[in-house]
Design a protein. Sequence first.
Length: 740
Amino acid sequence: MLPTPRFQNYKRDTLRMALSHYVTNGLSAALGLLLISGSIHLWLGAFAAAAASVGVVVCIPPDQPAPKRGKFWQLLPAFLIGLPLFWAVQVLHASPILLGLLLVPASFLAFLAGAWGKRGLPITVSVMFAMVFSLAVPDHTNNATNLTTCLYFTLGSGSYLIWATLANAALNTRYRVQMLADTLLALAHLMHTQAQQLMPAAERDTPLRAPLIGTLLKQQAALADQLQAARDILLESPRSTLRQRLANMLVLVLEIRDHLLVCELDLDTVQSHPGHEPMLSELRDILDGLADEVNALADALMLGRIPLLFESRRTQLEHLQWDHHATATADQASPSPAILAMGISNRIGHMNDDALRLVALARGEVEPDVSLVRTNWQLFVSPTAWSWQPFDALWRWNAPPLRHAIRAALAIGTAYAVSLALPWGTHDYWILLTIVVVLRGSLAQTLERRNSRATGTLMGCMAAGLLLYAHTPPIALLVVVTLAQAVAHAFAIRNYLVTAVAATVLGLLQVQMLNAGPSPVFDVVERMLDTLLGVAIAWAFSYVLPSWERSQMAALVKRTLAAQARHTRVALGLWQLQAVDNEPELQWRLARREAYDSLSALVQAAQRSLSEPRAMRPPLEPLGRLLAYSYQLLAQLTTVKTMLLLQRGRLTHQEIDLPLKQTTQSIEVSLMSHDLASALATQLATPPAWSGLSDPFDGDLNPWLLRRLQLAQDMARQVRCNADQVLRVAEVHPGPAPTT
């Protein structure tokens, strides 16, 4: 029997997952745990290995694929903060009241690491792991034994710091390839979704369009995050030919992303005129085909194979027969639908060329051109140094990281008091561990983890119960703990249900190795009950001092408006045509990145708000329109930027100088002023020559440029109008500037 397409897709997705950077990172962390714990087990015994493995587990959360520069310092805070707290819990183990007085303020300080944003969350988890797993260590009666346990912890932590730094350096080349491949897969996914937008109007209805736009926005945001993660690794010291080639491919991915965004322009106008349905269907098939080629390239990179060449779609695009009858019957005051459709075809043609160059670079058939990123890579890579600056604006009552730290400390204190009152009361740390991994800064994330944690714990308890009931030998338990650590670390962000199952197995077996109980089967039942209690407490405290997304919406919207205004100034600057260096291109790339990043943060906040009480949500309809118009404004300006740079020899500077300045002024006033009347007064004085629009492949581009400038002004006013609607509601509950 031949495999079904569904089975083939499942097999393909499983292989991509197995070859991804996060699985490689998980395996690297698990191998470090196995080597360190196994060596100490053979050298100093089972308990020493178990205590050392706690030190390893504490240092693992911050261990993510990262640039080689600063990797050691990225991991060090987990150890420096975790060790004294591990020791303090050991000392106060026999004094429940004093221990509780330590746990609450220490938890508050640990969760304040959220001020560092995405980099801070792993530090929070590591510090809390140090205290929670210290509770699992047997209650010692003398300081000498406590000191010995801490030395084992230090031995494990210190060894893993060295291992993780060396492993990250050894895997750097592989991480570069995997990061690029994952970025290509995200791009291909977006291309497939964008191709659905090319469906003729007769094949879809309005109710189906809104979810598709929402999907596009989410995928745009996901791609923006993936691109930044890839930049951090791929643009670090691109000295070798391979590194230059991969960096050049990343730049091409950015170009394809921009062309893809521009494909949305004029689409509604074309679809509103009959006669172009067959051509749009062909364009959709071509774009789908290009997405498949990008997927194939990603698979080849992951497998270490030379990607196959594919036939250019240029010939198909050139032989498309547009319905010019619609042009003759169209309103002459409007642009020709046939001409606009040819413009969409031209953008897909640019994507075709970039995809061909991607394959050629991967095959080593063309030389990379990365002089820009080689000389300016530091500007595009996230900083690796730790800074106290994020804490400067933290000490406000409405600051989300501060409120979350207070919320978490109260939850930990409540859970500890409840654990002392329980009739079994021997494994109080299980409730605390559940709160650490479930309670998040937003209600949406907490609810997601609540469900996954409860389900995953049940499944993990059954698996761990079988192993404990069978009295598995310690060395075998160490191997299982290693595998569980690999899975838990690899899928912590991708699929928390999988992580919850593995983490439950890891936690139960880790505790069993530290302090074997008399009834392992009862431990499993107790674990399930404690997990449910922890989930309930985390869920309840997610409503204490809540940081609703609406409280940050005003700052996010203002950041978006400012980013769009700066991007406008850079993209429409005529001075870039006379520049003799790469400075204008560099400034534009930085401005473009900030525009995309600001929109990504806004999309993610809107998605999280869907899980909040209806009365606390921001106004979603104007927010959705704000996002859609913002992406369209980016697309319009990207098109203008491309015209200015690539067609500079065919543009008359004297004719476009004044329109560029007027458009820049109009858009800036629209975006940054609350008075739209003044924006209307500065709009482009010269109307676009609709009737003069010629073939975009060959002809005078000045009318095209004027039309794009006018549309950009219209988009900017729509952005401001919807932003005002969001701000009127959001500023009732203002919040601080969001952490980036």
